[in-house]
Design a binder for this molecule. Structure first.
Ligand SMILES: [Zn+2]
Ligand SMILES: [Zn+2]
Length: 249
């Protein structure tokens, strides 16, 4: 079990975990909606007539969820109008579905509870949320739930094509001198958003690729703060991917 920050307040991590789970509960159905065929073919069998080869042990709802993901995975054409392949959407659904099962089981295991029964994504998420209380005495577990919920919520946001959060950062870009520094918490990075900005780095794509923006990852923030006339504490704070900021925007 890994965690990003060792010395944070468990109550804060639990709050963040809850907010990320809520976000995921709102976004995941949207992601399933992206996969659903826009209209049903009249000749198609009703959904509850047979998925004969479905693995045993899964609930009907789980099978339907998996089937919907598989249909548009390019394996089965769904009627006369073949829906566009949306691999990134079905990949995200698969990744999040697996992640939620693993998280649910890991939390139960860590709390020495019996293995959780099978359920759909939303039900499992609600179950994990309900265990944040019993998990309160275990900062590692709480942080793990928060980190996993955030990772999956971010995966969902990306697959839905939603814009990622951007936070304005004080100071001037050391390369172009503009007030154009922005923190992108979802990728833990600071970028200069001035399209004309070019650095002198031989390997940096901002010289050759017009779409590339010069970026500073975590190791370069102290130097960036010093050279931009900014503030390292503010800069670091701006790059925290907080659920509170996410639900406010
Ligand atoms: Zn710049
Ligand atoms: Zn550059």
């Amino acid at each position: 079990m890994t965690t990003r920050t060792e010395n944070e307040k468990p109550a804060q991590a639990a709050r963040e975990a809850m907010l990320w789970i809520e976000l995921l509960l709102r976004q995941f159905p949207e992601l399933l909606g992206e996969l659903a065929p826009s209209r049903h073919s009249p000749s198609a069998p009703p959904p509850d007539l047979g998925v004969p080869s479905a693995p045993t042990g899964r609930t009907r709802a789980e099978r339907e969820e998996a089937l919907r993901a598989e249909q548009l995975h390019g394996l089965t054409p769904s009627g006369p109008t073949t829906a566009p392949l949306r691999l990134h959407v079905s990949d995200a659904i698969r990744d999040i579905s697996d992640g939620v099962v693993e998280l649910d089981e890991a939390v139960h295991d860590r709390l020495r509870l019996p293995r959780p029964r099978r359920a759909q994504v939303a039900e499992r998420l609600l179950r994990v949320a309900a265990l944040l209380g019993p998990a309160a005495g275990d900062p590692l577990l709480t942080a793990h739930i928060r980190d996993e919920a955030r990772r999956m919520a971010r995966r969902c946001t990306r697959a839905l094509g939603a814009a990622e959060p951007v936070v304005r950062v004080r100071g001037r870009c050391p390369w172009c001198g503009s007030v154009s520094l922005r923190a992108f918490p979802a990728r833990r990075s600071v970028l200069c958003v001035n399209p004309a900005c070019r650095c002198t780095g031989r390997d940096c794509d901002c010289r050759t690729d017009p779409a590339h923006r010069h970026a500073w990852s975590e190791g370069a923030w102290a130097r960036l703060a010093a050279e931009s006339g900014g503030d390292l504490t503010e800069l670091t704070g701006s790059t925290v991917d907080s659920a509170e900021r996410e639900v406010r925007r």
